[in-house]
Design a protein around this ligand. Structure first.
Ligand SMILES: [Zn+2]
Length: 328
């Protein structure tokens, strides 16, 4: 039987094994940490893995990114990872996305997660994970590795978040210049998987930050307190989930007329009262109004489309559209 060695463990057991088969984990980053965590979770019989990474496999990745081989160089990481993982355990459902995690995709990529694993190498993505998980009360596990060292911390709803101990402007160390020993990433990713199993099976998990140096063979645990005034977990200012104004509408050249159309995307709506109260109205014809903004005449339809006939300057169109839609 596939999981007999794991079921016999008192920490897992039959019920634990069944529970794991119902869980979904999202792994952000399929590099040195993500390939190890994904492989171990696939072998352990997790229900579903959602893999997110927009990188291509390079030759210098093979030193530590365990799912890839020489034939994979030049191919997308998530797709090769998915192929390998399916060969390891076809019972595990795997979805993969060649995307960079940002505010635009946070909801789509993270909403199904019972747990999110941070296997990235950058704080930009970590702060998006942090804001999304704190806001939606989902646990996630922060990991990082550099040189011969690795760091791990479980971020659990109600506890301290990454904003409590990392400044968002903090300068990052970089594996390209600092180097990385593969045993450091394999060790910290293995520990991440152990913590993932504990969290998913409602066992006692580590509450402190863990730091390992694989060269010195040392392990330290550091207590992290919730920071009063933390933008994320205290003030609930989820600024990393804010979609940039430019991404909320689309600018297109008109097919039939001269000029440009701007259409709102997603949940963006137009507020005619706001427009009438804030701009010079030249003509009001109920289904459309003509206004003047920054010297430009524009027609606004009640469904939200703005028609520009005078200017071809895309930056100007974008700036006026932001004012008309009342975006900051
Ligand atoms: Zn916090």
């Amino acid at each position: 039987m596939r999981y007999s060695r794991q079921i016999v463990l008192k920490e897992i057991g039959k019920n634990g094994q069944k529970a794991l088969a119902k869980k979904t984990i999202v792994i952000i980053g399929l590099g040195a940490l993500g390939t190890v965590s994904a492989e171990l979770l696939t072998r352990a019989g997790i229900g579903k893995l959602i893999l997110v990474d927009n990188d291509i496999i390079a030759l210098d990745n093979l030193q530590r990114q365990v799912l890839y081989d020489e034939e994979d160089v030049g191919k997308p990481k998530v797709l090769q990872a998915e192929n390998k993982l399916k060969k390891i355990n076809s019972n595990v459902k795997i979805e993969s996305y060649t995307r960079k995690l940002n505010a635009n995709y946070a909801e789509m990529l993270l909403r199904d997660a019972d747990l999110v694993l941070d296997c990235t190498d950058n704080f930009e993505a970590r702060f998006v994970i942090n804001d999304y998980c704190v806001k939606n009360k989902k646990p996630w596990i922060y990991t990082a590795a550099i040189k011969t060292k690795g760091t791990l911390m479980n971020i659990i709803p109600g506890g301290p978040c990454i904003g409590c101990f990392v400044k968002d402007s903090e300068c990052e160390e970089n594996c390209e210049t600092e180097g990385i020993l593969s045993s450091a990433t394999v060790t910290i990713a293995s520990m991440q998987v152990v913590e993932a199993l504990k969290i998913l099976l409602n066992k006692d998990y580590e509450t402190k930050m863990v730091r390992v140096d694989i060269w010195d063979l040392t392990l330290d645990k550091i207590k992290v307190n919730k920071k009063k005034g933390c933008e994320c977990c205290d003030k609930h200012n989820f600024k990393y989930l804010e979609i940039p104004a430019e991404d909320k509408f689309i600018i297109k050249k008109c097919k039939t007329r001269v000029g440009y159309n701007v259409k709102p995307k997603g949940s963006l709506r137009i507020n005619m009262n706001f427009i009438k109260n804030n701009f010079e109205v030249l003509e009001d014809a109920k289904i459309a109004i003509v206004i003047k903004v920054d010297g430009e005449e524009l027609v606004i339809q009640s469904l939200g489309t703005i028609y520009f006939k005078g200017t071809k300057d895309i930056n100007k169109i974008s700036n006026i559209a932001k004012k008309v839609y009342n975006l900051k």
